[in-house]
Design a protein. Sequence first.
Length: 115
Amino acid sequence: QVQLVESGGGLVQAGGSLRLSCVASGSIFSINAMGWYRQAPGKQRDLVATIIPSVGSTHYADSVKGRFTISRDSAKNTVYLQMNSLKPEDTAVYYCYAIRARQYWGQGTQVTVSS
């Protein structure tokens, strides 16, 4: 089992920044991928960013490229999502995920961007 706990969401004005954190615990050995999804009201959950811990490679949704950066601190078992130049359309619940045999989810953290 893998447990994921997110933090760092909140309310910010358009153009501002936030940093989300996701701490992994439990059977974290050999996690294949970690990252973030988001889900706005009435919409499907979409992939935002992924990092492959073994090689450090990253992937971003087109809508966040150049604005968001995913990174990890292996010593702290933590993945971060630095979000800059936030837009109202970034408003959503952001979910951390990890893949190790199956997909695990965090509880979600709300990000609200006001115009």
